[in-house]
Each structure stands twice: as structure tokens, then as C-alpha cells.
Design a protein around this ligand. Structure first.
Ligand code: ADP
Ligand code: ASP
Ligand code: MG
Length: 415
């Protein structure tokens, strides 16, 4: 019998009525004979509250290595509540169901607390339970280390839990139910003219997600691509009989019509760090980026240019806004060792990107992008490109204007 994984995000389980609605969806799927594992997120807003509680208890000065593991214990609890509630709602409807927490699933992760990576499942009893026809209601977002410490997978991590469970169960599909009926050409909340995409390749979805489209967590797409798990994005907010086909995230070969630009993404969680007057000699960049890596800071765009003085250079890089104070602290400690003259951290920036596999074989895409931005008087600060995306860093107040302008310029607006 086919195994299927369903995942319901925070808004879909936001209160008891919403959980009852989810139970009805699950019941209808079970009635089709599917053997189900259902991954749930915390009720909407709960994780934010738990994060604030953990930060409040710790205060400002507690070092990260004394904070992160207990932060995980606190924030993982949101998903535990939903898993229990949905199991109860299913039992109320006469279905066999039980909840599973990360440690009970033996969902093993590394010990990068707050953003742990899944290593695999150790001898889990989950497959037998699902095959026996009991609906597994799984607390998403959480795992356990070899030392039996609770971990979480980073914000939005329940998507990744769902795809990992789907891969482990060899499920035929992983259906991600959320508050929109699919992946859109850009965030439908800021561009009402955004269109639902029928099919999108893993590669494009990976770029969309990592460049800010939070409809799927980036790692979930990475996992789905590596294990070739077809992922569907569907709405939990539609009435039975009115379902939309949603979006299928699948291999590029399965997509006949390839767009030059499939979507526009944005991220406001950006900061720009500039180091002025660094010595222009071998080894300096290595020193900077190895220190940042050791501090667990992910660096994104990097530009280096000659400064006016002799044998001096300026370096610009971006990281998440959340990480920027740590980046600043790390580099300030190394000021003499690196030998830069001054540092500037700008937090009021955002990154806007266009994504499309068709870019590989089309010219003029960058020109269209830059012209559309200049027509709106939007200044481009930093640019980065890959085979299937172009990203620009701009002043944060222009984010929505830029996204809309690019959406129109690349012909993505709905009629
Ligand atoms: P969940 O709580 O179900 O995990 P999220 O809030 O994490 O849901 O993700 C869904 C949201 O992602 C949507 O409400 C939408 O505003 C946002 N979003 C951003 N970019 C896109 C996109 N390209 N397509 C669809 N939704 C998007
Ligand atoms: N509850 C977690 C969060 O808000 C995980 C998730 O929703 O996927 O980030
Ligand atoms: Mg999400």
C-alpha cells in the first residue's frame, strides 16, 4: 500500500477549528486507502512566542554556546502541542492515530542547535506503524542528537522534517499544505498579480527558497532533489470539491515549457558589512571568511575592490541581519590581525532576485532587470549571479517596488 506524507504549516493548524479542518482533510485522504504520516508545525505565532521567552530568560549577555541547546528545548515544544492535538482530533473521528516526537522517531541530527541538519533515522519504528494503518502524527521541526539532546531545524523546518520522513518512508509524494494554493511567481501577499505555477523544477525552487520565498524551507527542497521526492504545495484552506491542483516541484525533465524567468524572490533578512582599507595581499580574505565560518556565520554576496590608497582594498559582503551583530563582533576582535581601517554594517538592505532555468540559454536578462530597476530610480548596491538567477542588493524601503517592477518587466503579471 502506498505511503504518503502530508504536512500542515502554522496557519493551517492555527486554532482548534483549523485543526478540525486538517483532521477532515486527513480523514478524506485515509479513506482513499493511503497510509499516512502527517507532519505538523506549531500553531501560528507560537514559535515566535517561544523564541521571545527563551531570549527573555537568557538575557542579552549569555554566550551562544550556553543558549542554543536550551533554546531548542523551548522552541521545539510548539510542535509537540500540535501533534497531540491533531492525534486527538483524528481519534475523535474514529481513526487510529498516535503522535511522534523527534526523539521517538529517532530523527538524528548534528548538534548545530537552532539550525541542525538531519543525518538520518536510526532504526525507527515509524514504517511498521504506518504500514499497520495507524496515522503517524509527527511533530515537525525537531530532532535529536547522538547525545540525546533536542535540536530544531531552523525556522520553517517542518517542511524539511516532512521531506525527510517522505524519503525515509519511500513515500509516493510529499504534500505540503499551507495557506496559499501553490508556489507563485512571487509572494502573492505583496504582488496581487502573482500567478500560481503548475510545475517548477527542484533547481528553480531551491533558488526561490534560498533567495527568500519562504513557502518552502530551502533544505526541504535540497532533500527532495537529492532523494527525488516529488513535492506538492497545496492549500488547506479550500472546501472539499474546490481543491486547486497546487504546484508540483519535480525534476526539470518533467517540465515541457521552460520560462526564461519563472519567479521573483526577495529577502529582508539581509545586512551588508563593509571593511575599508584592508591590506591588498594574499591570505587576508581567507582569514576573514574562516573566522566568520568558525563563528557559524553564513556569508552570501562578496565583492572586493581596490581602494584609493596604495595596496589597499575594500571588501563588501552580506549575511543575514540576525547574524550581522556576531559578524561585527567577530571582525572587530580581529581588527589588528586583519589590518582593516574601519568597518560599516548596514542593516536596512534587502535582496531581490529573479530565477529561471531558461536564463541558461537567453541573453539580455540582466539588461532587462537593471533597466526595470533604473526606471523606478532604484539604486543597485551589490550584484551576484549564477546560471539560473540574478540577485541585487538594494535599500530596504524599495523592496516591494522592485519586486513589482521585475514581475511586470518579465511578463509574469496575471491577466
Ligand atoms: P506555513 O506556515 O504553512 O509553513 P509559510 O508562512 O511558511 O507557511 O509559507 C507560506 C507563505 O509563503 C505564503 O503565505 C506566502 O506569503 C509566502 N510566500 C513567499 N513567496 C511565495 C511564493 N513565491 N509563492 C507562494 N507563497 C510565497
Ligand atoms: N514552527 C517552526 C517555525 O515557526 C517550524 C515551522 O513552522 O516549519 O519556524
Ligand atoms: Mg513554512
Amino acid at each position: 500500500m502506498a505511503r504518503t506524507v502530508l504536512k500542515f504549516g502554522g496557519t493551517s493548524v492555527g486554532d482548534l477549528d483549523r485543526i478540525a479542518n486538517v483532521a477532515e482533510i486527513v480523514k478524506a485522504r485515509a479513506a482513499k486507502g493511503e497510509h499516512l504520516a502527517v507532519v505538523v508545525s506549531a500553531m501560528s505565532g507560537e514559535t515566535n512566542k517561544l523564541v521571545a521567552l527563551a531570549e527573555g530568560a537568557a538575557g542579552k549577555d549569555l554566550p551562544r554556546d550556553l543558549f542554543d541547546d536550551e533554546y531548542d528545548v523551548v522552541v521545539a515544544s510548539g510542535e509537540q502541542v500540535t501533534a497531540g492535538l491533531l492525534a486527538l482530533a483524528l481519534r475523535k473521528r474514529g481513526l487510529k492515530a498516535r503522535s511522534w516526537l523527534g526523539w521517538q522517531l529517532r530523527l538524528k541530527t548534528n548538534d548545530s542547535h537552532g539550525k541542525a541538519r538531519i543525518m538520518g533515522f536510526d532504526d525507527s519504528r515509524l514504517p511498521d506503524s504506518v504500514d499497520a494503518g495507524e496515522i503517524a502524527v509527527i511533530a515537525g521541526f525537531q530532532g535529536v542528537t547522538d547525545d540525546e539532546r533536542v535540536t530544531t531545524l531552523g525556522r520553517g523546518g517542518s517542511d524539511t522534517s516532512a521531506v525527510a520522513v517522505a524519503a525515509a518512508l519511500n513515500a509516493k509524494v510529499c504534500d505540503i499544505y499551507t495557506d496559499v494554493d501553490g508556489v507563485y511567481t512571487t509572494d502573492p501577499r505583496i504582488v496581487p498579480k502573482a500567478r500560481r505555477i503548475d510545475k517548477i523544477s527542484f533547481e528553480e525552487m531551491l533558488e526561490m527558497a534560498s533567495l527568500g520565498a519562504k513557502v518552502l524551507q530551502t533544505r526541504s527542497v535540497e532533500l527532495a532533489m537529492n532523494h527525488n521526492v516529488p513535492v506538492r504545495v497545496l492549500s488547506s484552506f479550500v472546501k472539499p470539491g474546490e481543491e486547486s491542483p497546487g504546484t508540483l516541484v519535480c525534476a526539470e525533465e518533467e517540465i515541457v515549457e521552460k520560462q526564461v524567468v519563472s519567479g521573483v524572490a526577495y529577502s529582508r533578512d539581509e545586512a551588508k558589512v563593509t571593511l575599508y582599507g584592508m591590506p591588498d595581499k594574499p591570505g587576508v580574505s581567507a582569514k576573514i571568511f574562516s573566522a566568520l565560518a568558525k563563528a557559524g556565520i553564513n556569508v552570501d554576496m562578496i565583492v572586493q575592490a581596490n581602494a584609493r590608497g596604495p595596496e589597499r582594498a575594500n571588501m563588501v559582503f552580506t549575511c543575514t541581519d540576525r547574524d550581522s551583530p556576531f559578524a561585527k563582533e567577530t571582525l572587530e576582535k580581529m581588527k589588528d590581525e586583519i589590518g582593516f581601517e574601519s568597518m560599516d554594517v548596514t542593516r536596512d538592505v534587502s535582496k531581490v532576485s529573479i530565477i529561471g532555468v531558461g536564463m541558461k540559454s537567453h541573453t539580455g536578462v540582466a539588461e532587462t532587470m537593471f533597466r526595470a530597476l533604473s526606471e523606478k530610480n532604484i539604486n543597485i548596491d551589490v550584484i551576484s549571479t549564477s546560471e539560473i538567477k540574478i540577485s541585487v542588493l538594494i535599500a530596504a524601503p524599495y523592496t516591494e517596488l522592485a519586486v513589482r517592477a521585475l514581475h511586470t518587466a518579465f511578463g509574469l503579471d496575471a491577466e
